[in-house]
Design a protein around this ligand. Structure first.
Ligand SMILES: *[C@@H]1O[C@H](CO)[C@@H](O)[C@H](O)[C@H]1NC(C)=O
Ligand SMILES: *[C@@H]1O[C@H](CO)[C@@H](O)[C@H](O)[C@H]1NC(C)=O
Length: 387
């Protein structure tokens, strides 16, 4: 029984070798070479395709390495780095709607599975230049791990900061056409949304081109990071510049008794920053009914947050402003005002609550300072501000 079967297999083997011999005899060598050449070409083309797709995709997102081409095996794409790295280029072409949507992403697990150093996002709202940037550069120097900067200027403004400046490359794209009214709130939301894209940013401060820091970075950082509350000014002003700006058509979302006023210059933590950019309930009401002499930037953020999270607000601002001269605009200080005695008066006159305790440190920033104040300020900085 075994033998025929063994024989059959032997026969089959023989048959196979006969066929092989036939093939090698009948198939010309040239055809073989052609097949080989074709396969090498195909593999080569697909490698080139893969590289160029990556190259153009990265160019569009602004991530271009010096060599232009990235190695195909990129260790960052399969580690957590990929998800937590902030955009390396702030100059994107994302629309406002896309930006707000992306910025509203919030992790649902509260503990970070990596070492996160929380940063302060300094957000500068200016029409164009930042004349006091050299003073801020002095303030920021040596604290690179703990801050990020965002500048919102009119789209036409082309900034030219020296390469040593912390402001270089920090301008965000703006779709602003006119200065004032709702566009201010839009600009502020745009600043916050851009800053939210960096997962390390934990506190968000809005500043203007005429603001200066009053303390050094370490004091500023500790004051903000240890506060239980966000510094959003909020009060009920019964007069014409407070309740007088309310419009009944804002009901039922905002009632007269809920209408608040406060300084435009705020500091909020990440959670409140998300509340600001995700709002689609109050924003349309303010956009429609806080017009035309309503000064929406003095009412929108403070009213909206007081309605939602009153217990998280310090109800005061960190930015000192001198309204004592009266009128619609605060005092502006120039070169001749810059003396030690001037700042002594600012520091001595402070009294407030910090984490529910009385404190004499209430303002970390001050405005308004003219460009002419820069030189004397640089001279006074180490003695008066400690940086
Ligand atoms: C701020 O005001 C709200 C009421 O609008 C209040 O609930 C909250 O406790 C105040 N914050 C502080 C720190 O007192
Ligand atoms: C910041 O200022 C405080 C008080 O002026 C000072 O004690 C501290 O050493 C300063 N910190 C730095 C890093 O210069």
């Amino acid at each position: 029984m075994m033998q025929p079967r063994m024989l059959g297999m032997e026969e089959g083997k023989d048959q196979a070798s006969v066929i092989r011999a036939n093939i090698s005899r009948t198939l010309p060598l040239r055809l073989l070479l052609f097949c080989l050449f074709f396969s090498v070409m195909a593999i080569g083309m697909s490698i080139i395709c893969m590289y160029s797709v990556r190259f153009f995709v990265f160019q569009q997102t602004g991530i271009v390495t010096p060599s232009g081409l990235r190695p195909w095996f990129d260790e960052e794409t399969d580690t957590i780095e990929r998800w937590i790295r902030p955009p390396s280029n702030l100059w994107h072409s994302i629309s406002d709607n896309e930006l707000l949507w992306r910025a509203s992403f919030v992790p649902k697990i509260n503990e970070y599975p990596f070492m996160r150093v929380p940063k302060i996002a300094f957000m500068f709202l200016t029409k164009g230049p930042l004349p006091l940037a050299p003073l801020w550069d002095k303030f920021f120097k040596g604290n690179e791990r703990h801050y990020s900067i965002y500048v919102h200027a009119l789209p036409s403004y082309v900034a030219g900061y020296p390469s040593s400046s912390a402001f270089r490359g920090r301008q965000i794209p703006s779709q602003m056409v006119e200065w004032g009214k709702m566009s201010m709130c839009e600009a502020e939301r745009r600043l916050i949304a851009n800053a939210l894209l960096d997962i390390s940013n934990e506190w968000f401060i809005l500043l203007s081109e005429s603001c200066i820091p009053l303390y050094n970075f370490s004091i500023t950082y500790h004051y903000i990071s240890r506060s239980k509350y966000s510094f959003m000014e909020s009060y009920d002003d019964p007069g014409p510049y407070g309740r007088g700006r309310y419009d009944w058509r804002m009901e039922p979302e905002v009632k007269l008794s809920q209408w608040r006023k406060g300084s435009q210059w705020f500091e909020v933590n990440r959670m409140l920053a998300v509340k600001i950019i995700e709002d689609t309930k109050y924003y349309p009401k303010f956009k429609e009914f806080c017009q035309p002499v309503c000064y929406v930037d003095e009412h929108y953020f403070t009213t909206m947050l007081t309605l939602q999270v009153p217990h998280l607000l310090a109800n005061r601002t960190l930015t000192w402003t001198d309204w004592s001269r009266g009128g619609a605009h605060p005092a502006t200080f120039g070169k001749d005002d810059m003396t030690e005695a001037f700042f002594q008066r600012i520091f001595e006159g402070q009294e407030c609550l910090y984490n529910d305790q009385p404190s004499t440190v209430c303002f970390l920033f001050a405005r308004k300072f003219a460009p002419s104040a820069l030189e004397p300020l640089l001279g006074l900085a180490s003695k008066v501000f400690g940086f």
